[in-house]
Write a protein of this length. Structure first.
Length: 151
C-alpha cells in the first residue's frame, strides 16, 4: 500500500517517522477494510435481490444453465467457516476452487461437484487475513472473489 495515497483518504492512519518516511498503521486499517467489504456485500445482495425481482424475461433457460458462476462467500468476514456458492453447467468436468493468500500462495484446492451448489470452507488451518478464491474449469479461470478471515 502506498502511504501517500492512503494519507489523502485516511490521514490518521499514516504517520511520519523521525527518518522522514511515512508509515501505515495496518492494525487500524483492518476495521476500515472489513467495513468496506461489508458495504460491498450489502450492495451485491441488493443487486441480486433486484435482479431476482426483475426475473429472467428474455433469457433462454438453456443459455442460463451453461454459464458457470462464482458467488461471494457468506459470511464475509468470518472466523471459523464460510459458504461459497457456485453454479456449474451439468456437463462440467474438472471444476476446482483455488484459495490463495494475498501474497499469491496456494492455501487450498477443492474439487467442485456440478450437482452441488456450495462448498464449506473451514478457517482452522488458515491464518487471519485477506484471501482470494478462484473458480477454475478445465484449467481456465472463470472468476475470482475476495474473503477475509478474522480471529
Amino acid at each position: 500500500m502506498i502511504a501517500q495515497e492512503l494519507q489523502a483518504i485516511y490521514p490518521n492512519l499514516v504517520k511520519e517517522g523521525q527518518d522522514g518516511y511515512l508509515g501505515v498503521n495496518y492494525q487500524e486499517l483492518v476495521p476500515v477494510l472489513i467495513r468496506s467489504i461489508q458495504e460491498l456485500n450489502q450492495k451485491i445482495e441488493t443487486m441480486e435481490s433486484r435482479s431476482a425481482m426483475i426475473g429472467t424475461s428474455g433469457v433462454n433457460i438453456s443459455e442460463k444453465n451453461t454459464k458457470a458462476v462464482l458467488y461471494q462467500n457468506t459470511p464475509n468476514p468470518f472466523s471459523s467457516q464460510t459458504i461459497i456458492k457456485y453454479s456449474l453447467p451439468e456437463d462440467t468436468k474438472d471444476a476446482l476452487l483455488f484459495i490463495f493468500d494475498i501474497q499469491g500462495s496456494l492455501k487450498k484446492q477443492l474439487s467442485l461437484d456440478p450437482s452441488q451448489d456450495r462448498v464449506v470452507v473451514n478457517a482452522y488451518d488458515m491464518t487471519p487475513g485477506i484471501y482470494l478464491y478462484s473458480l477454475v474449469i478445465s484449467g481456465q479461470e472463470i472468476e475470482t472473489k475476495r474473503m477475509i478471515i478474522t480471529k
